[in-house]
Every structure is written in structure tokens, then in C-alpha cells.
Write a protein that binds this ligand. Structure first.
Ligand code: ADP
Ligand code: ASP
Ligand code: MG
Length: 402
């Protein structure tokens, strides 16, 4: 039996936590299982490394950023191997290069293409616990890459899929997946199970408990995930296909503060303008989320849309540069907005979910700036200062905590 266990940054934040994780892995190993451990960087290491880079060069090349950020995971992997060895258990730490975790070239946001298993299987054969650095890959230029913030979850799932692991466990600092971020919503309730599709929506819409691409990959390769705490032995949440599960009307709410609104004001009200604007943004790798177009007046209209907060400046730069061709009179922006989403597979067959969400927001006097819906989610854009209040109001409005 082979198990992949992933531990996030807070689970390995200091010596005591590292030994706690080492002991948990050793228990599993002593019961005869093969154990592969995926680790994140200790505590806030990644944030600290980013701050160091910004201090030296705010326009640092992404390649060098990845060279820097990958060191965080290498530290925790090496220290974990040393901790296990100190407890007299054979262990070996490996980075993405040693495993050969092949990724695309895109620094800072690489995706796995293929993961080799030979080295890991060889080490497992000699009854070692194998510790692998999360969050990193190797590209065709033999450079190290990173997978985007929170990417260690994706390393764990990629390894579980490649090794045909029997289990993939994601250990973190909360007891599982909740109906909302338990640090923001005090009535949030732990879910026993959640489907891949619902989890993918929640993760993509800001519930950072799992990296969204880890969920995408788990669904694709049918890897059942368990999300649980590294600090206690409670059961956690199972993420899996939910064909015969009872479909809840709403499963959870998620918030995303890394959002900005941009408006292209006074563009010509004729065919092709929206196409040109969004095509130009797409060609510059900018993802656009909610889009709202005003009704035309006197031959012009306004188009507003949201982008990730980190992309705002780049998006404005591009629009300004192409202002004339895109017929834009003025570009405006607001970085102080946040997205709030409710997710639930049961929404498809139940009218009135949107109205209920808007009622909850109205009752707590939160203004809605933009709205977008899909089959299993409703997203609204609100002022960032209102987001925690809005999240609590909507969560409790649907009685998700009960
Ligand atoms: P790790 O370092 O273990 O990867 P993260 O900080 O990436 O941990 O993710 C865990 C955090 O996700 C929790 O501390 C919690 O605040 C946050 N979170 C957001 N939404 C949810 C949710 N729906 N359920 C559980 N945790 C959530
Ligand atoms: N250390 C990386 C980050 O902070 C990856 C991870 O934690 O999953 O984003
Ligand atoms: Mg994480």
C-alpha cells in the first residue's frame, strides 16, 4: 500500500511541528506502508522570500524568482529527512530535479507535463520514506519552475496519480474543507464529503484550502483526496466523484480579495469592439472574469470586467497602449473590490438561489457591483471592506452552518 501525504507550510513551521509530521509519517511507515511525503516551505518562508526579492529588485525576472522560491521547499524537505533519520528511520529528500517532475516552461505558473517515478520507486524499494519538495518542476531548459501559490497540493496529486497511490492525504491547519473559511465565518461547518466539481469551483473562487489545479488533476486521474488537520486525528473531508451523493443546494461560500475591476469607458457601440478588447487582453495572458456591458447611449458604451489583482496594472498598461485602436475614451480601475461566490451542485435544479443570496446581502446592507452566474455558482463583486461581513451574511442566510 502506497500513501502520499502532503503537509502545508504551517504544519512544518518549526522544529516541533517538523517532528510532529515526522512521527505521523513514521507511524504509517511502521505499519508496513510505502510513504511519500510532499512538503511546502516552512511557515511564511515563501512570502519572506518574495519580500526579499522585491527589496532587491521589484522587477525581478520570473526565472530568478523561481530559482529563489524553490529553495523554501528544499529546506523543509531536507530538514524533514534529518528529523526522520534522527528518529532512526531511513528517509531521503528529493527535489523536482532529482525526481524529474517535468513541467511547462512558464516560470511562476508552470504546469506538470510528466512525472517520472523511477527514482521514487527505487528509494521506496529500499524501504525509505521519500520526501519530495512541493510547488516545483523542471522545464525543458533544465530550469526550476514553480506552480503558482499553493501549488504543493498539485505536486502531491501529480505524484499520487503517477505512482497509483492508494491514498492522497492533504494535511493542513484546519480540520478539512468547510462551508466557508473557518477563520472568517465562525458558523462554518466542516464538510464530510465534497465533489470534485464543487471543490474545483470553491478552490478557483478563493477557498485556498486546496490549489485549484490539484483538484482538476485529482478529478482527471480519479485520485480521491482527503483534507485533514496535521494537528489532530479528526477525520477530515473526502473529495471525490459524487454521482450518488445527495446534492446540496449550496455547498459553500468562497471569497477572493485578489480581484480588481477595470472599466473601458466610452467605447464605440458597434460589433467587434468587445472582441478586440478581450482578444488583446487574452493575447497578453490576462484572464478576465466577470464582464458587464452598459446599455449603449449616443453611440458609445462602457465595458467593465474583473481581473486578478496582480494583473491589474498590466491590463491597464495594455488598454492604455491600445486605447485608440480599441476606441476607449478612458480607462478606470478599482483594486478595492472582492468576489464572493456561493457554490452548489443543487443550484442547477433550484430556482431562487440568486434571490436568496441578494436578500442576505441586502439585509446586511452590502452593495453589489457586478454579478455573474454559472450552473453551479453565483458570484458577486462587492467592496473589499464589506467582504467578511458579506461572507458571513450569505453563509448564514443559507443556513450552511446547520
Ligand atoms: P497549507 O499551508 O496547509 O497549504 P493554506 O493556508 O494554503 O494551508 O490553506 C488552509 C487555509 O485555507 C485555512 O487556514 C483556511 O483559513 C483557508 N480556507 C479558505 N477557505 C476554506 C474552506 N472553505 N475550508 C477550509 N479552509 C479554508
Ligand atoms: N510554498 C508555496 C506557497 O506558499 C507553495 C505551497 O505552500 O503550496 O505558495
Ligand atoms: Mg496551501
Amino acid at each position: 500500500m502506497l500513501i502520499v501525504k502532503k503537509f502545508g507550510g504551517s504544519s512544518v513551521a518549526n522544529k516541533e511541528r517538523i517532528f510532529n509530521v515526522a512521527r505521523r509519517c513514521i507511524e504509517e511507515y511502521r505499519s508496513g506502508k510505502d510513504v511519500v511525503v510532499v512538503l511546502s516551505a516552512m511557515g511564511d518562508t515563501t512570502d519572506e522570500l518574495i519580500a526579499m526579492a522585491e527589496d532587491i529588485n521589484p522587477r525581478a525576472k520570473k526565472r530568478e524568482m523561481d530559482m529563489l522560491l524553490t529553495t523554501g521547499e528544499q529546506v523543509s524537505a531536507a530538514l524533514m529527512a534529518m528529523a526522520m533519520q534522527a528518529l532512526d528511520v531511513p528517509a531521503v529528500s528529493l527535489n523536482a530535479f532529482q525526481v524529474m517532475m517535468h513541467s511547462t516552461s512558464r516560470y511562476g505558473n508552470a504546469r506538470f507535463k510528466r512525472v517520472e517515478t523511477e527514482r521514487i520507486l527505487h528509494e521506496l524499494d529500499s524501504r525509505k520514506i521519500v520526501i519530495v519538495t512541493g510547488f516545483q518542476g523542471v522545464n525543458k531548459y533544465d530550469d526550476v519552475t514553480t506552480l503558482g501559490r499553493g501549488g504543493s497540493d498539485t505536486t502531491a496529486v501529480a505524484l499520487a496519480a503517477a505512482l497509483h497511490a492508494d491514498r492522497c492525504e492533504i494535511y493542513t491547519d484546519v480540520d478539512g474543507v468547510f462551508t466557508a473559511d473557518p477563520r472568517v465565518v465562525k458558523n462554518a461547518r466542516k464538510l464530510d464529503e465534497v465533489t470534485y466539481d464543487e471543490m474545483l469551483e470553491l478552490a478557483s473562487l478563493g477557498a485556498k484550502v486546496l490549489h485549484n489545479r490539484s483538484v482538476e488533476m485529482a478529478k482527471k486521474y480519479n485520485v480521491e483526496l482527503v483534507v485533514r488537520s496535521s494537528l489532530n486525528y479528526s477525520e477530515g473531508t473526502v473529495v471525490r466523484e459524487g454521482a450518488d451523493m445527495e446534492k446540496l443546494l449550496v455547498t459553500g461560500v468562497a471569497a477572493d480579495k485578489n480581484t480588481a475591476r477595470i472599466s473601458a469607458i466610452g467605447v464605440l457601440d458597434k460589433p467587434g469592439i468587445a472582441f478586440n478588447i478581450f482578444d488583446t487582453l487574452a493575447k497578453n495572458n490576462i484572464n478576465v472574469d466577470i464582464i458587464l456591458q452598459s446599455v449603449g447611449r449616443e453611440g458609445t458604451k462602457d465595458i467593465s470586467f474583473t481581473v486578478a489583482g496582480d494583473d491589474m496594472e498590466h491590463a491597464i498598461e495594455i488598454l492604455e497602449k491600445n486605447k485608440k485602436r480599441l476606441t476607449i475614451k478612458e480607462v478606470s480601475c478599482n483594486p478595492n473590490v472582492a468576489k464572493l461566490s456561493v457554490v452548489g451542485a443543487g443550484m442547477m435544479s433550484n430556482p431562487g438561489v440568486a434571490a436568496k443570496m441578494f436578500e442576505a446581502l441586502y439585509n446586511s446592507r452590502v452593495n453589489i457591483n457586478m454579478i455573474s452566474t454559472s450552473e453551479i455558482r453565483i458570484t458577486v463583486l462587492v467592496d473589499e471592506k464589506d467582504i467578511d461581513k458579506a461572507m458571513n451574511a450569505v453563509h448564514d442566510g443559507f443556513a450552511m452552518g446547520e
